[in-house]
Design a protein around this ligand. Sequence first.
Ligand SMILES: [Zn+2]
Length: 288
Amino acid sequence: MIRLFGVRVRLSPLFLIVILFAYFGHVLDQVAILFAVVIAHEIGHIFAAHRFGIKTESIELLPFGGVAVMRGRLGFDVREETLIAAAGPFVNLLFVIATLPLRASGVLSEAWTNSFVSINLSIALFNLLPALPLDGGRIARAGLALTRGYHSATKVVTRVSFLVAVVLMGIGGISLVLGYADLGIFALGLFLLYSAFSLHRQSRYETLRFLDALRHQQMATPRPIRSMLAQEDMKLGDVASQFSPGAYHVIYVQSTYPKEPRPVTQDEILDAIFESSGWTLPLRALLS
Ligand SMILES: [Zn+2]
């Protein structure tokens, strides 16, 4: 077990397999560069998260990046989420830029520079694919969550993740048929497919986690109010599923009598969901 700035770092079995293959294929030096680049990418995330007061508990290192477990308001503030997610690929980009003058002045060899640059670019580009749990998927979800709500944004990005996974596996499959077997791409697709399935299975839990964070968020700065209009028989869970990060929600409930919509606040809805198991209760239950 490695510790990095107090963060537990675990090597995934997939990385161990890559190291084993590299050992027998005599390309251990390439894997050492890959390992260092992946660690640097993760340090980018850890530092950005730390700046926003979010603690990274552990990281599982995969051959193409890491999956971090962070504690705190993650996914909750669109700006923070975007900056934390972008920090990893940003480090790779900085590495590429820093390498160029060193290569030009002859400090680095051409072969070394080529493999270092291509490893950095592939790690950055792969992680920017709009699939969860990759950085690109997190940025896409954060952006979509502003207008569609967190739950719906997660669902959309999960669907895109399935698509990206199938495309990568397809490319891997075609490469196999054409005789230059790119099993790496196939494995990446498989990893994304597995991630998309587990995300799909945990989607309700993920939404509850977000709603719980929304419920406990401190009002440090003024927040915009997002108002919605809903029918009185709409379930509290369905309403809360449309809540967005960074906003305070007021729902105007429409009933047959009286005709004027009456306001119900986000707090009333979330309290009912978490304290009285009110996920399936109709909005009507909150009207006095
Ligand atoms: Zn990343």
